[in-house]
Every structure is written in structure tokens, then in C-alpha cells.
Design a protein around this ligand. Structure first.
Ligand code: HEM
Ligand code: HEM
Length: 171
């Protein structure tokens, strides 16, 4: 089924989850190890794809019920809610700050190496570029911490607590 139920994520949410997970996990080493022009083009293009997918995903998330895992203690559900919200915020911040720094420093992304896509309403401005760059460098550590916590939680639920949390995100 396409839509979520109160027990399982639907196929749309699962496609959003696993595609963004894969792309973001690829972007981390790519970002830290970037040294050639083609690595920059790839990083910026994938970053824009993540941004577009995340905007659609946020809309889907806000207009759909989510599995509520009512069998879990409420402190677990609160921890999951806070972590998931943090993941949405840090991913969106990474994509926006990356796009803003590139545009404000005069190196707007050339999507797939061709179509130049500057961020709308962003001027050439060194201070703004520096601010966006620092945001990108700091927020990535929040993202990495949340992803680590998130994956450890998935392992804990599946292998130690042996509940249905991981299977709610698998078909
Ligand atoms: C979720 C999306 C993104 C993730 C996870 C990500 C991750 C990273 C990481 C880990 C770094 C290395 C940071 C460091 O050296 O401290 C980096 C650098 C960079 N990112 Fe991203 N990025 C994302 C989106 C974007 C987007 C959309 C753009 C531009 C359109 C972009 C442009 C850049 C640039 C230009 C650098 C190099 C900055 C420098 O020269 O130090 N990123 N990114
Ligand atoms: C092997 C890696 C991963 C596993 C096993 C995994 C597993 C899961 C599971 C089981 C859920 C459902 C949790 C619940 O219903 O309470 C979930 C949700 C979520 N995951 Fe992951 N995940 C992984 C990687 C990632 C990564 C890398 C990201 C971020 C880039 C991410 C972001 C999210 C978000 C934002 C949610 C909330 C679902 C929503 O409402 O959209 N996950 N994940």
C-alpha cells in the first residue's frame, strides 16, 4: 500500500526513507574527501536532489499518519520523535546551507554538470557565504550524531528488544 498505517510505513514513505538514507550516507565521505572539480559537481548535484526529495518527503510526512508503536514505553516514542525531527531539520539545513554558500560565493551548482542553478534571491556576498559555510561544517556533526544514534536504536530494537520497529520500515 502507498500510505502509512498506524502499524507500518507505506511504500512511499519507505522509498523516501531508503533513498535519502543512501544518498546522505554517500554525501558524508564525499563531502569530507572532496578534492577534484568533478567531486564538487557530484556533491552539489546530489545535494540538490536530496533537497527536492526532502521537500516532497516533509509534505508527505505532514499529511500522513505515522506508525505510533503504541506497545513501546512513551519515553521511547518521545526519543524517536525528537530524533526523527532532528534528522529532518539537519538534512534540510545541510542542503540549504550548501546551496546558499555555493551561490553566495559565486560557484552555484551546475546540476549534472550542465544547468546552472543559483539559489533564488541570494546575492554574491562573502559574509553570507562564510556564514553558510560555517553552518554546513557545524551542522554536519549534529547530523552524524543523530544518524549514529538512529542506527544504534534500530539495531537495539531488532536484535535486543526483538520488536516490530525495524520491520515497520521494511516491506
Ligand atoms: C544533505 C545534504 C548534504 C550533506 C550531508 C553534505 C555534507 C558535506 C560534508 C560532510 C562536507 C565537508 C565538510 C567539512 O569539510 O567540514 C561538505 C562540504 C561542502 N558541501 Fe555539502 N553536503 C550537503 C549538501 C550540499 C549542497 C546542496 C551543496 C551545494 C549546492 C553543498 C556544497 C558543499 C561544498 C561547496 C563543500 C566544500 C566546502 C569547502 O570547500 O570547505 N553541499 N558537505
Ligand atoms: C542502515 C541504516 C538505517 C536503518 C536500519 C533505519 C531504520 C529506520 C526505522 C526502523 C525507522 C522507523 C522508526 C519508527 O517508526 O519509530 C526509521 C525512520 C526514520 N529514519 Fe532511518 N534507518 C537507517 C538510516 C537512516 C539515515 C541514514 C537517515 C537520515 C539520513 C534516516 C532517517 C530516518 C527518519 C527521518 C525517520 C523517520 C521516518 C519519517 O517519519 O519519515 N534513517 N529508520
Amino acid at each position: 500500500m502507498l500510505k502509512n498505517t498506524t502499524k507500518k510505513y507505506g511504500s512511499v514513505a519507505r522509498a523516501f526513507h531508503w533513498s535519502v538514507a543512501l544518498l546522505v550516507l554517500a554525501m558524508l565521505p564525499l563531502g569530507f574527501l572532496m578534492n577534484s572539480p568533478s567531486a564538487y559537481i557530484t556533491h552539489k548535484s546530489i545535494g540538490l536532489i536530496i533537497l527536492m526529495v526532502m521537500i516532497g518527503r516533509t509534505f508527505w510526512r505532514l499529511t500522513n499518519p505515522s506508525p505510533s508503536h503504541h506497545d513501546l514505553p512513551s519515553i521511547f516514542r518521545l526519543a524517536a520523535y525528537v530524533t526523527h525531527l532532528g534528522l529532518y531539520i539537519t538534512i534540510l539545513t545541510m542542503a540549504f546551507s550548501g546551496w546558499m554558500m555555493s551561490t553566495a560565493s559565486g560557484h552555484p551548482p551546475r546540476f549534472l554538470g550542465k544547468i546552472e542553478l543559483a539559489m533564488p534571491h541570494i546575492p554574491l556576498n562573502k559574509t553570507l557565504a562564510k556564514l553558510a559555510h560555517e553552518t554546513h561544517e557545524i551542522v554536519v556533526w549534529g547530523l552524524i550524531s543523530l544518524i549514529s544514534l538512529h542506527i544504534l536504536a534500530a539495531i537495539y530494537h531488532h536484535f535486543i528488544r526483538r520488536d516490530k520497529v525495524l520491520s515497520s520500515m521494511l516491506s
